[in-house]
Design a protein around this ligand. Sequence first.
Ligand SMILES: [Zn+2]
Length: 291
Amino acid sequence: MDRRGPKPVDMSLLDFWEFEWYKALHVLRDGTALPGSRALTAPPLHITPAIVRSWVRRLREMGEEEWLRINERACEEISGKKDLDAHTSDPFVLRDWARWEKEREIADLETYLNPRQIPAQAERRELWRNFWQARTLPALKKVCEQWASLPDVRGWGLTCFPNHILANAREFLRMKRNSRFPKSDSPVMDESRLEYLARGMAGILADVSPMTGIERLRNMKHTQGGPLWTKEPGGLEYCNCWRCRMASSRRVYKWGAEGWWNGMVLFMELACVKGSKKTKVEISDETARNL
Ligand SMILES: [Zn+2]
């Protein structure tokens, strides 16, 4: 029987694809999946480049499970309470998040050690610009081919994303023509543009229109009664969308440059790296209130 009325939207599927596209588009634009380059600010003086290099080596040899264990202990040590998020999130999502967060940390530390990497980032920006400005199929095809041939994109198995764009090229070009597509050059607008495209592509992969994906994700309620509001048998309640999960998991690194470095010191101390023990993480009352 033909059911009338709007098509039901699977919000968990939409949320899943939004996160996948959010990461894939950040890799295209910035070379890393999660935003934030706090390490570009110099560390406290006692953290020498040699120490930073030893951290990079340690992070490189660390698996996702170990990263998560240490991160959980660091979060608990800083906040003085159990890190509930580590136990409530889907293990697959947590491992995936850990993988990207670890890559982000390595990239941030390496950018601090080798500021010369910035020209490569400029090329990346140009590719991103050509991507969101592409108006015709040949222009889009060219940029997607360049995107798919980037060594890190191939290495991380992300070539399916430019392929999805080409397979849905007409819808992709149409959503960019919509008057709501952010066209200004400011960094804030660039982030909105990335989110718009991630949400639109999530819509396509969740089998609704790009505009439905964009609207439903933008207006999603994250409090009680929201579509992804979850109640645990033990009484714990939370929004299970990727944004809310990330917001609670990343609190250890949310205090700006100094906090970022102090968080790394604590993390590396817990990871037993020699020479990382000199700083004790001090938490101001204001920071503690924000945890
Ligand atoms: Zn949420």
